[in-house]
Design a protein around this ligand. Structure first.
Ligand SMILES: Nc1nc2c(ncn2[C@@H]2O[C@H](COP(=O)(O)OP(=O)(O)OP(=O)(O)O)[C@@H](O)[C@H]2O)c(=O)[nH]1
Length: 957
């Protein structure tokens, strides 16, 4: 017969609730309350359980038997599941006013009699449903610090009657506490379970069976703690097995003992120190070393780990910070902070010696001129390194400094970078070069009139002959009967035309050629038949030959009685111009400007020669040509005389001519200056207006599409001309320059054979013949010697002009240059090489050709002096009283004695005096006395040249 549990409890005289639990332990489950009924079988089972002592055994604390701790130290509680998570409620008691330090709370000095309890004995109530079962001896793994409020020991809690949910409120009752050794007052036990002791246990069954009479004030009831999120502790991850939690602060043994003994100060001091350390640590930047992070939350372990890692850990931190910076996008930061960060980063890299420049590049193409910044960007070399390199050369520069080709090559070599330098194309290169390099379609070419120039000695009849041809009388209009201006005309000869250019002399002709304006197709050499070849005739021959144009000889003044054509033809033969009459290829026409004899024959010969050479041009292309002369007129402005070399020039065309530009406003005929033209075909000389300034003789002109282009090109040229005029003249041509050009293969010439042009001036015809004979012996497969001119007499301006136009060197054998030629040669950088031994001159030329010209000595010209008086002293000999004309005369130099333009001797200077005193040197404008060693035949009017021989170190093998 079923019996209610409460009835059975009454029968057995036990608490109904306790009986319910006994039923459960006896295996009779499903009896949740005292109202539940027990079947007979269940009743028998329960009674059997009670009578079998199971009740007593169950009530024995398991901890007492399992724990390794001394039994007296074991908490009196039942084995309960403990959750590793958060605590729900805490029950604790304390002795007197002594607080307990629990989980992160600073322990205050405890009163005497307070028992130090192991931490795991601090009871934390966990929700049974969530908590994994653990041994009660293990410390709860809850990492969240929990504060336990003090509770009065004298007022233990009592479970209120009818409280079924023990997990919700677990009061501590007096019966729960069993003092070791009789329950001495003052001992503290923190109880884990909410249940009171079972009957029969210490505390008495009687008390257990009765509800406790608890004063409301003595019962401590805590509100539920907020539910913190469970930290992902490593212990929790390991199968739910919590790791033992270590105390935040470990008190040293001495402090504990001192505190127990009532010594307050040591413990307080230690506590302060610990607190200070903790705060310092909190203020320190967080070390985010990956190693430390993995170590978990144990601060002690973290400290050890950091120390043990040492520099490695620091490096790791730096890397982590750098990684943080790298991952931060520029957009995430404001511009200022971004700039600061970049600057800091750059500065740091520079401190470390890290190259912040772009990586070096190879095979760099660099357009010159460029700035140092451009060079750095192109090559990847840091600008600071480039500037340092330049400083070693003594060049102070900055990043905007423009560097030239040589500097760029040096920098590239110094820093081991290969660069391909290319000059920047200017608009001039792009436009003008394109025009010049444009080749006309052969089908577009038509025959054009030849341009003829008359050359010859003064008064041999050039102007008169041209006048006769064009039917004008210009001779009478020229000042002094000497041609002062270039005249240019085009005449009709039947169906053909011939253009004539009359120059003031061969020098003007050559000067124009020197500027690259070789307008002449055919040179007509005018020789007066009664006079024959004169010095200027020789020069004219040389100039015509140097121009490499066909030569026609006009034997003028044939009407004169003294005309001797055979003599002239003989002379021509000796100058390399063999007449056709004598089997040569030079046409010789006998003419008279007075009678007109031979004029038609001359014109026909010109046309025939032109036909042979097939001069042609493209009339349909934009015109190109040369300015022959220009002047500023008051009414028409700039009037330029030009000749069209190709294409057709029209009014309205935009032209650039030298450093001038403009649009052709008007065009005038050269024969009839007031006759306007609308166009000028090829080979036509015309006067034009419209240019902004007067161009120079020899300036080429080009027709462009755009006036702005013309203006820009003219401006660039003007700037360049200004800078060149401020620059220093360099030696244009010299033996050394020849040597360099030979070695570099840039010496001018046809095909594979280069040509060494020489102009010879000598004291006698015999010297010239001897020199020419020696030079004919010079044989070189790749270089040929070409004597442009060989004449007797001092070096003239014409020689220098020819040398400039032909890249020639002047060899002066026993002669000196006149003052004008010397000045001009210095000005234009033309070398005049002087010799007094034929063998030495030919030896040097031979060495030059063989590429082994290695001057061992160099003549250093010092100065010149004019002998004004000669004093003959019996004991000493002749003393020359001189005035220094130029330079200085120095003691110990050598003196060349020149008389009538010829060098008659070369002697050492024995003594140099200023008045009666020996002088070290005498400068220009001063008088001095000179005694030459071994020469007493000095005369007034002699020119004494002082020079020194300098030893030059060999630069080649
Ligand atoms: N009898 C004669 N006299 C001539 C002939 N040609 C020129 N003359 C004269 O020679 C003189 C010089 O003539 P120009 O024509 O001035 O000689 P040029 O070569 O032009 O002289 P520059 O202008 O100084 O270079 C003049 O008085 C002419 O009259 C000629 O064929 N026969």
């Amino acid at each position: 017969m079923p019996i209610r549990i409460y009835a059975l409890a009454k029968e057995l005289d036990i608490d109904s609730k306790e009986l319910v639990e006994i039923c459960n332990r006896a295996g009779v489950t499903g009896k949740g309350s005292a109202l539940a009924s027990l079947t007979d079988e269940e009743l028998e089972k329960v009674k059997s359980y009670i009578s079998g002592g199971g009740k007593k055994q169950d009530r024995k604390p398991k901890a007492a038997s399992d724990s390794k701790e001394p039994a007296i130290e074991q908490p009196i509680r039942e084995e309960r599941p403990v959750q590793t998570g958060r605590p729900k409620e805490i029950r604790t008691i304390r002795s007197g006013n002594a607080p307990l330090a629990v989980h992160g709370r600073t322990a205050r000095p405890a009163d005497a009699g307070v028992e130090e309890l192991p931490e795991e004995e601090l009871s934390v109530e966990m929700p049974a449903a969530e908590a994994p079962a653990v041994e009660s001896t293990e410390a709860p793994a809850a990492s969240q610090p929990t504060m336990v409020e003090p509770a009065e020991f004298e007022a233990p809690e009592a479970t209120p009657a009818g409280a079924e949910d023990s997990s919700e409120i677990n009061a501590i009752r007096r019966d729960d506490y069993i003092a070791p050794g009789g329950g001495a007052r003052g001992k503290v036990r923190v109880l884990g379970g909410g249940r009171g002791p079972e009957p029969g246990e210490a505390g008495g069954k009687r008390e257990a069976n009765k509800p406790k009479q608890v004063a409301p004030t003595t019962r401590v009831k805590f509100a539920k703690m907020p539910t913190p999120a469970a930290p992902p502790t490593p212990q929790a991850k390991k199968g739910g097995e919590p790791a033992p939690q270590k105390p935040i602060m470990q008190l040293p043994k001495a402090a504990i003992q001192g505190a127990k003994a009532g010594q307050k100060a040591p413990l307080e001091e230690f506590t302060k120190q610990h607190e200070k350390k903790r705060k310092d640590k909190e203020r320190r930047p967080v070390d985010i070393s990956p190693v430390d992070t993995e170590e978990g939350g144990d601060s002690g372990d973290r400290r050890r780990t950091t120390k043990s890692k040492g520099l490695a850990a620091m490096a790791g931190g730096r890397e982590a910070r750098a990684a943080g910076r790298r991952t931060k996008k520029p957009s995430d930061m404001d511009s200022d902070s971004g700039d600061r960060m970049r600057r800091r980063s750059r500065a740091k890299m520079q401190r470390k010696g890290v190259n912040t420049a772009a990586p070096r590049k190879s095979n760099v193409e660099l357009e010159l001129p460029c700035t140092i910044r451009d060079f750095s960007e192109a090559t990847g070399i840091a600008t600071i390194k480039i500037l340092r390199t330049l400083m070693t050369l003594g060049t102070m520069a900055n990043i905007n400094t423009v560097i030239e080709t040589e500097t760029a090559e040096y920098l590239a070599a110094e820093h081991g970078v290969e660069i391909n330098l290319k000059e920047a194309l200017s608009i001039e290169d792009e436009v003008i070069t394109k025009i010049e390099e444009t080749e006309d379609d052969p089908d577009s070419l038509v025959e054009r009139p030849p341009v003829v120039t008359f050359l010859g000695h003064v008064d041999h009849g050039k102007t008169s002959l041209m006048d006769k041809i064009i039917g004008q009388n210009v001779v009478s209009g020229e000042a002094g009967g000497i041609t002062q201006h270039i005249r240019a005309y085009i005449i009709d000869k039947g169906e053909k035309k011939i253009a004539f250019v009359d120059t003031p002399g061969h020098e003007a002709f050559t000067a124009m050629r020197a500027r690259g304006a070789n307008v002449t197709d055919i040179a007509v050499l005018i020789i007066a038949a009664d006079d024959g070849i004169m010095p200027q005739t020789e020069e004219a021959i040389s100039h015509a030959k140097a121009a490499e144009v066909p030569i026609i000889v006009a034997l003028n003044k044939i009407d004169l009685p003294g005309a001797n054509p055979d003599k002239v033809m003989q002379q021509l033969s000796t100058h390399g111009l063999l007449p056709t009459e004598w089997g040569g290829d030079v046409e010789v026409v006998k003419t008279s400007a007075i009678t007109g004899e031979g004029i038609d024959a001359l014109l026909e010969t010109i046309l025939l020669t032109a036909e042979l050479h097939e001069y042609s041009a493209n009339p349909n292309r934009p015109a190109v040509g040369v300015c022959l002369e220009s002047e500023q007129e008051s009414d028409r402005g700039v009037l330029a005389k030009i000749i069209v070399k190709n294409g057709t020039l029209r009014v309205g065309d935009v032209i650039v001519c030298g450093d001038t530009f403009g649009r052709v406003k008007a065009m005038y005929d050269t024969l009839n200056p007031r006759k306007r033209l609308t166009e000028a075909p090829t080979s036509t000389p015309v006067n034009i207006t419209g240019l902004d300034q007067a161009p120079g003789a020899g300036d080429k002109f080009y027709v462009l599409d755009d006036i702005a282009q013309a203006r820009e090109i003219a401006g660039l040229r003007a700037d360049r001309n200004r800078s060149e005029s401020l620059g220093v003249h360099t030696v244009k041509i010299s033996f050394d320059e020849f040597q360099k050009r030979l070695e570099s293969g840039t010496l001018g010439g046809n095909d594979a054979v280069t040509t060494l042009n020489i102009i010879v001036r000598a004291d006698t015809r015999g010297s010239i013949e001897a020199l020419q004979k020696e030079m004919q012996k010079l044989d070189h497969p790749e270089v040929k010697v070409r004597v442009l001119q060989a004449a007797v007499g001092a070096v003239s301006v014409a020689d220098v002009t020819l040398a400039e136009a032909s890249d020639a060197v002047i060899i002066a054998f026993n002669v000196i240059p006149d003052e004008a030629a010397r000045s001009m040669a210095d000005d234009k950088g033309i070398e005049i090489r002087r010799y007094n031994i034929i063998y030495k001159a030919t030896e040097e030329i031979k060495s030059l050709l063989e590429g082994r010209l290695k001057p061992e000595e160099r003549i250093n010209e010092l100065g010149r002096a004019l002998v004004q008086r000669v004093f003959v002293v019996s004991r000493l000999g002749s003393i020359a009283g001189c005035r220094v004309l130029g330079g200085t005369i120095e003691r110990g130099c050598r003196i060349r004695v020149n008389r009538d333009g010829r060098t008659i001797g070369d002697y050492p200077l024995e003594s140099l005096k200023r008045e009666k005193d020996d002088a070290k040197e005498v400068r220009e404008g001063y008088e001095c006395g000179m005694k030459l060693q071994g020469f007493n035949d000095i005369k007034e009017g002699d020119i004494l040249e002082a020079y020194k021989v300098e030893e030059i170190a060999r630069t080649l093998d």
